[in-house]
Design a binder for this molecule. Structure first.
Ligand code: F6R
Length: 610
């Protein structure tokens, strides 16, 4: 949520800031702005809407500078207006960009008002700008002023600050929101994520909780929360520029849907040639941690939560361990009964979702020290706070709607279920070989599912004029129905709900009439006959059925019943294959409705606020 970029160099940094903001736009796209030091002046340009609009304004106003900061916003405090767009300034002397939420902004605002500060925006960020200005006016230099200011803030922040009093440095600070420093040759950068500065450098330092950093052209100094100078490791990012480009695709979501065979193969690379599930996949300490766990508690949000719901079926069926799955934002605020012998599994594409991070912290505070993170972003906050990690290797996911992250999470979770089963003596050699084969064949089966796109596109045309849709599934395919409904609503804005098919007659059947399309995930598994009965219930009320099944089900179309068949039932990993057509259905329905597929309204990637 919100993207930050900054640069100090011996060249014009405005193009670096603009390019960086375009790459960060997926984090928030309500407004964008930059502030630069131009001689003795802090100059700022802000626009509501997309970075491109702000870029035109910066060009026509002749922005050029060697030091600057930029921001792309997802509105929290205050509406989507230019006055609320970042950067925020104090007395025209210093400018601040901020990601996160300051919880004590009301108190701070009153204190600052009493000191003579006037506020132009409704944001919490303007408080930070004035607070830093106040400390500067008391004699502190910019670094000390930022360090003093952040001590007075309660909440989460990543900030970057420039001041006309100190034109040779950029100050950054973080707590609870990601921020990294990029190291160049005679130039340095800051960014919320590495994609923003990849065109300039791959060498990065990840700032840690409570760190502040002083960045000049020639040097970077980092200080911990206590203000002591510290050394932080320098990492070489392996994010490829190609993964950030659209290539021949129209949207990132389309690209990411089609990347799934590769993303899955990369994620399970280590098991592709193996003849056994090896706990080392989850970290050096994994065998010790996993061998005597007595259960699994999964915590996640959104699509990642649905991956967790799918995993519960696998973990209980394959390893015999009890597994519960909870939405992270609920878990963190209830009095949970902890069993330290249970493994806490957090699932997060971004690794920075605030609710998931806080749920993990809460679990740890309850005495859980067996923690595993399944995450797509190396070095992000959640895996760093976890004892064990399994990195999915989906590559950068830019489309706001998660696709390849979901299916790679599923294969990581299946691998976890099989590894737990093995460590607990519940996986014989023959079954282990079958599961390994199932994984090896999966990228091919996913490719076959992608080949169904023309048929799914034809369905999507029929969905486009609809206002509502129901999704049904049973057993391990019920979470896929949930995921299908979420995808459809978030990018096409068609209201969609998912139910376990057996639940239909307990209420939602009342919604079914000829105008209600009902999507059913109905592969040839043990529950197929049950699902067929549920479909009859829909047909009897005039509902139109759109059934995703497989060749083995022998299920054919009839009046009011449309059928798309994947080639063959792939057994235990069938939910992964059936995730593909529901993603494509949502994508093509959104396309037909003309929505902004990669940047759906009101949403943003990486939810780093509550
Ligand atoms: C939906 C979607 C969201 C995320 C959720 C969690 O398409 O992308 O529901 O799954 O915000 O995000 P992560 O996985 O980054 O923790």
């Amino acid at each position: 949520m919100c993207g930050i970029v900054g640069a100090i160099a011996d060249r014009d940094v405005v193009p670096v800031l603009i390019e960086g903001l375009k790459r960060l736009e997926y984090r928030g796209y309500d407004s964008a702005g930059i502030a630069v030091l131009d001689g003795e002046q802090v100059r700022r340009v802000r626009r509501t809407g997309r970075v491109a609009e702000m870029e035109s304004a910066a060009q026509s106003e002749g922005f050029r500078a060697r030091l600057g900061i930029g921001h792309t916003r997802w509105a929290t405090h205050g509406g989507v207006t230019e006055a609320n767009a970042h950067p925020h300034v104090s007395f025209g002397e210093l400018a601040v960009v901020h990601n996160g939420i300051i919880e004590n902004h009301d108190e701070q605002r009153e204190v600052l008002r009493a000191k003579g500060y006037a506020f132009e925006s409704q944001t919490d960020t303007e408080v930070i700008a004035h607070l830093i200005h106040f400390h500067q006016s008391q004699g502190a230099d910019l670094l000390a002023a930022v360090q003093k200011a952040v001590q007075e803030l309660v909440g989460a922040y990543a900030i970057a600050v420039v001041s006309k009093r100190e034109p040779g440095r950029l100050i950054a600070a973080r707590m609870g929101c990601p921020l990294l420093v990029g190291l160049g040759e005679g130039e340095n950068f800051i960014a919320s994520d590495v994609s923003a500065i990849l065109q300039a450098t791959r060498q990065v330092i990840f700032l840690e909780e409570g760190d502040t950093a002083e960045i000049t052209r020639e040097s970077v100094r980092v200080f911990n929360a206590a203000g002591a100078a510290v050394e932080r490791d320098v990492h070489m990012s392996d994010v490829s520029l190609a993964s950030l480009e659209l290539g021949p695709y129209r949207h990132f979501m389309q690209k990411e849907i089609h990347e799934q065979p590769r993303a899955i193969a990369d994620t399970i690379e280590a098991v592709m040639d193996a003849n056994a599930f090896n706990p080392l996949l989850f970290g050096a300490d994994a065998e010790n941690v996993l061998r005597d766990v007595e259960g699994v508690q999964i915590l996640a949000c959104g699509t990642s939560y649905y991956a967790g719901l799918t995993a519960r079926y696998w973990i209980e069926a394959i390893s015999g361990l009890p597994c519960s799955v909870e939405i992270a934002s609920e878990y963190r605020y209830r009095k949970a009964v902890a069993n330290p012998k249970h493994l806490i599994v957090t699932i997060s594409q971004s690794g920075e979702t605030l609710d998931t991070m806080e749920a993990l912290k809460y679990a740890k505070s309850l005495g859980h020290d067996r923690t595993l993170s399944i995450c797509n972003v190396p070095e992000s906050a959640i895996p760093r706070a976890s004892r064990l990690v399994y990195y999915t290797r989906a590559g950068a996911e830019i489309g706001v709607a998660s696709t390849k992250a979901f299916t790679t999470q599923l294969v990581a979770l299946f691998t976890l279920a099989a590894t737990l089963a093995k460590l607990h003596g519940r996986l014989d050699v023959e079954q282990e070989g079958q599961y390994l084969d199932a994984l090896r064949f999966l990228p091919g089966s996913v490719q076959h599912a992608l080949n169904l796109e023309p048929q799914v596109t034809a369905w999507a045309e029929r969905f486009a004029p609809k206002q509502h849709a129901l999704f049904l599934g049973r057993g391990v395919h019920y979470p896929i129905a949930l995921e299908g409904a979420l995808k459809l609503k978030e990018i096409s804005y068609i209201h969609a709900e998912a139910y376990p098919a057996g639940e239909l007659k307990h209420g939602p059947l009342a919604l079914v009439d000829a105008a209600m399309p009902v999507v059913v995930i109905a592969p040839n598994d043990a529950l197929l006959e049950k699902v067929k009965s549920n479909m009859q219930e829909v047909r009897a009320r005039g509902g139109e059925l759109f059934v995703f099944t497989d060749e083995d089900s022998q299920f054919g179309p009839s009046e009011g019943v449309h059928v798309i068949r994947a080639p063959r039932h792939v057994g235990v990993l069938s939910p992964v294959v059936h995730a593909i057509p529901v993603q494509m259905l949502a994508y093509h329905a959104a396309l037909a409705r003309g929505t902004d597929v990669d940047k759906p309204r009101n949403l943003a990637k990486s939810v780093t606020v509550e």
